[in-house]
Design a protein around this ligand. Structure first.
Ligand SMILES: N[C@@H](CCC(=O)N[C@@H](CS)C(=O)NCC(=O)O)C(=O)O
Length: 205
């Protein structure tokens, strides 16, 4: 299996950490895609992922998945003996799904939009609107406050063990450094959770 990855990008990092937690990362061939050079825009890449984004997973039979959580779901289902990261009971699965969607819509999207519209990183392929980027920055700041409150007296975002919600939120908090959105000194619960996540071997993936 091949994972088309960009080591500095947020979405592929979610997959790498997810696979590392399951002990599956070393079974995958990782292929770097240079986004700034536009390698993801080539016809060859587009044939694998029509959205022209990373990550993409290519199975040994040539089938491709071009979405982070679809890739994670594939491994959750195809390797049931590994650590469950998307829940086991109906409640756990639903609660994790809720958080994954909250994190995507209210944290990851504003974070990505702030980066794209304020930095102009993709100005060769989109028109940056810095005012919109600034609005999105506020969304990321607000979600980090919300996370800090949620994590008072909790070790993990959902239930009492690690889930993909922790992984996705952790990766997004980390990426916010490029937007100069940081954990505030008074956000002790968020900081402690971030330190715990950073201390896991998977965080290096
Ligand atoms: N919903 C997609 C989003 C993937 C995505 O936006 N990836 C970014 C990197 S983090 C990308 O490939 N950007 C390249 C571009 O927009 O040209 C997923 O979760 O897989």
């Amino acid at each position: 299996m091949k994972l088309f990855d960009t080591s500095t990008a947020t979405n592929p990092r979610r997959v790498r950490i997810f696979l590392a937690e399951k002990g599956l990362l070393d079974q995958i061939e990782v292929i770097q895609v240079d986004l700034q050079k536009g390698e993801n825009l080539s016809e060859e890449y587009k044939a694998r992922n029509p959205m022209k984004k990373v990550p993409t997973l290519e199975l040994d039979d040539g089938k491709c998945l071009g979405d982070t959580m679809a890739i994670c779901r594939y491994f959750e289902e195809s390797a049931p003996e590994t650590t469950r990261l998307l829940g086991e009971t109906p409640w756990e699965k639903a609660e994790i799904e809720q958080w994954l969607r909250w994190i995507d819509f209210y944290f990851m999207v504003p974070t990505g939009m702030c980066f794209q519209h304020c930095s102009g990183y993709f100005k060769d392929r989109m028109k940056p609107i810095p005012e919109w980027g600034e609005e999105c920055r506020k969304g990321a700041v607000k979600f980090m406050k919300f996370l800090d409150q949620h994590l008072q007296d909790r070790e993990f975002i959902c239930g009492d063990r690690l889930s993909a919600a922790d992984i996705n939120a952790y990766v997004t908090v980390d990426f916010n450094r490029v937007n100069d959105v940081r954990i505030q000194p008074e956000q002790a619960a968020l900081k402690a959770w971030h330190e715990r996540m950073k201390g896991r071997p998977s965080a290096k993936a």
